[in-house]
Design a protein around this ligand. Structure first.
Ligand code: GLY
Length: 558
């Protein structure tokens, strides 16, 4: 008997170590991005011996070219990286930064009202871009291949062009009149001043040239050289306020991600200046004891909404650039803090937001973009990239070829006055020179012994609740196709209302939520564009999924 036990034990040890080895690397790779050409760019680089980080550079650069409504080298990003060989997790913060001439009242008119047009359109809306610095940093510190290889697909796409798809055209419509205001961008993204026809080829030769300079000089040309000079000249001649020193001073920041455990899985997600990870941690910590998977549907939604309400209230009070304000991350993600929050939640009644001390927040659209990668070696990348709202500031500095962001609008231009997303903030997110505006972007890993998830989405302030609902769906045992397809709902403290996609709630559930005291608004449109991948370590299987709401996305495993 003893011998048998010993034999079984040693067999088990062999099985365990085989499992551990098998589980260590998936052998294949998966990429899910919002554009098929970007996913193909990632695989082109993997096929040449690149790792997930090289692929991330290739996908980021390709998206900048083929999805100018959503991200670009005139914008910024957060890249969350997991390096399998040493289990390092790091967030690369390539968020835009306020120029040195920025000041807290820069968007207020003589009456003290926010001039929304200045904050949204044109060069004064733009922060100093971080996308290029981030890509170069990732390639040099985490990649295996030279930029010549990882930027090659994007250079080719910029030079030979890509076909305008339904999304390019649809997203151009709301900003067409603003794009007409500045000739350099008008000449590239419109055709004869009109919205290009489906399939019309969009070429960006200046972007190809700028990317080639990145291959040759790293960040020198963009932040110190000819491109920097063109940016400063173009921005300032059109009413902006940049200097060469602002560009030269821009630095990528490596930040520790927010990390916490939920249901014995480790969650690794975006840290400030994103509010996403902190809010997701707070919501999950509040929910953990409720066993929501076992609750009737309306009760489950009620509890999730009450947790969202409280986390978004804290977002508006505490979150900002951690290099400027003391963000109490440890307190906000502490389960004890969540326990305190939970005491004010009633299972039979909605808490009016007005009953919680604090301030405001809100919404999101189809700008910004997210991609997720797992490579054959088990390295992970979740990256969310943005120029803020549709086609950013709608402004191109002559000679540069790329749109600048309007990320300055993610600051709180005036305490208590909502920005483009209806988000309201206070001191923590006030404008200051060199400061990074608060973001909702939430690239996230969920890592367990059995399954690993990589996910994220665009969608302004709704990013956080979309990622949250998908994490809850992961814990319900579902995979990426379900996470990206789920009907979505959202609550952000103020306005005190549950927003829902058309098919999110049955009439009966809506009635039950209203009976609990919730205001429910069913919108006539969907939101988000999630791209996610999952590695099942038990079977070794990889799955990838792209949001069905946006057909141009592509999720591939090979
Ligand atoms: N500009 C959208 C975000 O960073 O949340």
């Amino acid at each position: 008997m003893k011998l048998l036990n010993k034999t079984l034990l040693s067999m088990a040890a062999v099985l365990i170590s085989t499992y551990a080895l098998a589980a260590d690397k998936p052998g294949k790779s998966a990429i899910s991005s919002a554009h098929y050409l970007a996913t193909e760019a990632g695989f082109e680089v993997l096929d040449q011996g690149g790792n997930a980080f090289d692929a991330a550079v290739a996908v980021s650069a390709a998206l900048a070219v083929v999805e100018p409504a959503s991200s670009g080298i005139g914008g910024g990003a957060f890249w969350l990286l997991h390096r399998n060989e040493d289990q390092k997790n790091i967030m690369i913060d390539g968020r835009e930064e306020a120029p040195s001439a920025a000041h807290r009242d820069m968007y207020l008119d003589a009456q003290g009202e926010v001039n929304r047009s200045l904050a949204m359109h044109g060069p004064l809306a733009a922060g100093i871009p971080g996308h290029v610095a981030g890509m170069v940093h990732i390639a040099r510190n985490y990649g295996r291949l030279p930029l010549k290889v990882s930027l090659a697909p994007a250079i080719r796409l910029a030079r030979t062009g890509f076909p305008a798809d339904e999304k390019y055209i649809r997203l151009l419509k709301p900003v067409h009149k603003h794009m007409l205001r500045w000739p350099a961008g008008r000449a590239i993204f419109l055709h004869d001043d009109e919205i290009p026809a489906l399939g019309a080829v969009i070429k960006q030769p200046d972007v190809a040239r700028v990317l080639e300079q990145i291959v040759l000089t790293g960040t020198k040309d963009f932040y110190h050289g000819e491109t920097a000079r063109l940016l400063v000249k173009g921005v300032n001649e059109a009413g902006g306020n940049w200097s060469m020193e602002d560009l030269a001073a821009y630095k990528v920041v490596e930040r520790e991600p927010v990390r916490f455990t939920y249901n014995d899985y480790e969650l690794i997600t975006a840290s400030p200046p994103s509010s996403g990870g902190v809010a997701i941690a707070e919501i999950l910590n509040i929910l953990e004891p409720y066993k929501i998977a076992e609750c009737p549907e309306a009760q489950r939604i009620h509890l999730v909404v009450e947790a969202m309400r409280r986390a978004y209230r804290d977002r508006s009070i505490y979150l900002g650039d951690p290099d400027f304000v003391d963000v109490p991350v440890a307190m906000l993600i502490d389960p004890q803090y969540a326990a305190g929050m939970r005491t004010s939640i009633r299972t039979d009644k909605a808490t009016p937001s007005s009953a919680l001390a604090g301030i405001a927040d809100v919404a999101g659209g189809k700008h910004t973009t997210h991609f997720s990668i797992i490579d054959s070696q088990g390295n992970l990348v979740a990256a969310t990239l943005t120029v803020n709202t549709l086609y950013g500031a709608n402004f191109v500095a002559p000679g540069t070829g790329f749109l600048l962001n309007n990320q300055m609008d993610d600051f709180s231009a005036k305490p208590g006055i909502p920005n483009a997303y209806g988000l309201t903030g206070f001191e923590a997110n006030a404008i200051a020179p060199g400061k990074r505006p608060l973001s909702s972007m939430s690239p996230t890993f969920v890592i367990g012994e059995d399954r690993v998830a990589v996910l994220g989405t665009p969608g302004g302030s709704r990013i956080i609740t979309m990622v949250l609902l998908s994490i809850l769906d992961f814990f319900a045992g579902n995979g990426p196709q379900s996470w990206v397809s789920l009907p979505r709902y959202h609550h952000q403290y103020l306005p005190d209302r549950i927003f829902a996609e058309p098919d999110a709630f049955s009439e009966e559930v809506q009635g039950q939520l209203r009976a609990l005291g919730h205001e429910v608004q069913i919108l006539n449109r969907q939101w988000g564009n999630m791209n996610a991948v999952m590695w099942d370590r038990r079977s070794g299987k990889l799955e990838a999924a792209s949001d069905p709401r946006t057909p141009s996305g592509r999720a591939t495993v090979k």
